[in-house]
Design a protein around this ligand. Structure first.
Ligand code: UGA
Length: 445
């Protein structure tokens, strides 16, 4: 099919590249000239495993990037809206979605006789029906359902493995309210035989995305609430509690040969310093705000956020058992990104931890294998000194706090053992063996 993708950001670029790899003829549209030039020269504007190779294989044959909106829509049978929906802390902003819908609509007048517009951006349930569709109708002068189609197709890409997720999806959700739209969607995903597909209406498709992320966030806060209780009651280690829970056949079913298969969802049931990133906090906040504004409170999800917001304080409380006040105490943070294998610091728990430590007068340094440059954008040298190596981060500080589960931090026990006096080690993720340290504190202990 001929596909245009509006927005060549994280979701748009991965989708465009992978759709081209699947044999579609794709044009990515973006307003950012620099991004367009990069993509056209085979350089992805984001770092994702395997993406560069796929981009280089398809660019200038089945894939192009352009700023020319009109040409892209004219070329296509299907347009995907994959622009950003930034959060104001609670609600998401639909400015970019509205603008994309308006531009598509304007250009629909010259487009193929039947054109399908697909909302891929994450939008709260009802957005496509109540906002996108009317804008499209008004700016095109055409009637949705008859003269063009409107559909919803949420993405389920995990940062760091987005290209692989797209090429081998666990599910595909197709939301349409009429047959021609659904048939177009089916053709778009014809290359994904064997993948379970949920065919439903647009509003339900939007909801599936939110319910999926809300479940993950809930599991994380569930584990963290138990971490608090274990610490509060004393004499209980949340790591053993979680291990016991993980062995349930619900989470670790028995395979035919008697071996056990770990359900990946159990990796969202670990006590720690909280969830971050560009999706979970934003999506849960947006859903609650949307629900409350329409008269349905979501007390469970409210609690999920409250528990998460309190995680940095829990980490600081562990430090304060040994250093109170924290003024002039040398503290080193290990890990700054919101999760390992990315330099993304959006909503990372490291940020509130750093702010609070600074407010209390600690002397801070930090080390992250890749996120140091991101951290520099957020904190000046005078507030946070960034270390070039893990070794450097450990020498001469009073306490070391692990914030992100980077694999390389497996070396910390060995490195700390060589130092005299050894710093207090605070495990904010319960990643390392508590017996491997001379002085240790951990979440949920
Ligand atoms: C998340 C979901 O995992 C994807 O399924 C979803 O498609 C995506 O959002 C999206 O909406 O686009 P992502 O934001 O890339 O993906 O990050 P995750 O790997 O899910 O990590 C989320 C956060 O939870 C990280 O900060 C991680 O450190 C934290 N986490 C995870 C915990 O605090 N505890 C856990 O037990 C597990």
């Amino acid at each position: 099919m001929k596909v245009s993708i509006i927005g060549a950001g994280y979701v748009g670029l991965v989708t465009g590249v992978c759709m081209a790899e699947k044999g579609h003829d794709v044009i990515c549209v973006d307003v950012d000239e620099e991004k367009i030039a990069k993509i056209n020269s085979g350089v992805p504007s984001i770092h994702e495993a395997g993406l560069e190779e796929l981009l280089q294989r398809n660019i200038q044959s089945r894939l192009k990037a352009t700023r020319d909106f009109a040409a892209a829509i004219k070329h296509a049978d299907v347009s995907l809206i994959a622009v950003g929906t930034p959060s104001d802390g609670n609600e998401i902003s639909l400015a970019q979605v509205r603008e994309a819908a308006y531009q598509i609509g304007k250009n629909l007048r010259q487009a193929a006789p039947y054109h399908l517009v697909v909302v891929k951006s994450t939008v709260v349930p009802g957005t496509t029906d109540e906002i996108v569709l009317p804008i499209l109708e008004e700016s095109s002068g055409r009637k949705a359902g008859l003269e063009f189609g409107v559909a919803v197709n949420p993405e389920f890409l995990t940062e760091g493995q987005a290209a692989a997720d797209f090429m081998n999806p666990d599910r595909i959700v197709l939301g349409a309210n009429d047959d021609p739209s659904m048939q177009h969607l089916d053709r778009l995903y014809a290359g994904f035989q064997g993948t379970p597909m949920v065919r439903t209406n647009r509003k339900t498709a939007e909801m599936i995305k939110y319910a999926s992320n809300a479940l993950l966030a809930t599991q994380i806060s569930f584990a963290n609430e138990f971490a608090n209780l274990c610490a509060g009651l004393g004499g209980i280690d949340v790591v053993d509690v979680v291990r016991g829970v993980h062995l349930s056949a619900y989470l670790r079913p028995m395979a035919m040969d008697g071996s056990r298969i770990q359900a990946p969802i159990s990796s969202f049931l670990e006590a720690g310093c909280g969830f971050g990133g560009s999706c979970l906090p934003k999506d849960v906040n947006a859903l609650i705000a949307h629900a409350e504004a329409r008269g349905t409170p979501m007390p469970l999800l409210r609690a999920v956020l409250d528990i998460n917001k309190d995680r940095p304080r829990q980490v600081l409380a562990l430090l304060k058992r040994h250093f109170s006040p924290l003024r002039n105490v040398g503290v080193s943070l290990l890990g700054l990104s919101f999760k390992p294998d990315t330099d993304d610091m959006r909503e990372s728990p490291a940020i509130p931890i750093i702010r609070e430590l600074l407010a209390q007068g600690a002397i801070l340094r930090a080390y992250d294998p890749v996120a140091n440059p991101e951290a520099r954008k957020l904190f000046p040298d005078s507030q946070l000194s960034l270390c070039g190596t893990l070794e450097e981060a450990l020498v001469g500080v009073d306490a070391v706090v692990l914030v992100t589960r980077w694999e390389t931090f497996g070396r910390v026990p060995e490195l700390l053992a060589k130092l005299n006096p050894a710093a207090l080690f605070v495990d904010g993720r319960r990643m390392l063996d508590k017996h491997a340290f001379a002085r240790y504190e951990g979440i949920g202990l």
